[in-house]
Design a protein around this ligand. Sequence first.
Ligand code: ARG
Length: 257
Amino acid sequence: MRFLAKLLSAVVPFSLLLAGTAEARDWQAIKAAGTIVAATEGGFQPFNYYEGKQLTGFEVDLAEALAKKLGLKLEWKVVPFDAQLAALQQDRFDFAIASHGYTEERAKAVDFANPHYCTGGQIAARKDGPLTVAALNGKSVGVQLATSYADAAKKIAGIKEIKTYKGDPEVFSALRTKKVDAWISDKFTVKATLDKNPNSGIVAGEMVFVERVSMILRKNNKDLADKLNQALAELMKDGTYQTLSQKYFKADISCRP
Ligand code: ARG
């Protein structure tokens, strides 16, 4: 008996602690709570970034609209991009919306919702720098850690060195200070960054690959995936999606069949 009490006192607080952080809930639990918990990064303009202290961007606005459609409040968790897959598997939030491109590797760990935009990876460099895949031969390339750009860079033969950084703002500043010769990132992120830094001397180059970007959810959280997919489809039907897309891109960036 005493042994059991000891065991319980050792085990119970720990499991309570775990329960306290477990938030990747199923649809019923989310609906009952009235709040959905979403993760994003906050360093990937114009998708998810900070304007002063305010989290904003296409994906931030889109998630707010999705929550509204589902009749829920939205709570944000700001999580470094390279930590999001593991954090999702640890149930720290219900879903992440942080421009995850579909990859088979990621699909082993998490589920993907239907894509909320289609895009591609693009090279950027100084005007006299390597602006094509061929020109990357013998050059150094900066990419954000744990991204599809890092994967793409690994597949390009002849690159001298791949340097990984916590976020794209860090890669951009490494490029400006000549710590790397080129940067690979999302074409819209490159554009937004260059638009905000018109005198950087950096220009956009060749496209490297294309990808479909989706929210990620805990594996087999099927009802929640269905709800998010339904809400996304409704936002595309009622014009909310297009309004947001025009606001940030002056174009419709949805994936077309
Ligand atoms: N689309 C790229 C990928 O799938 C990069 C996403 C980076 N997202 C971010 N919030 N920094 O890996």
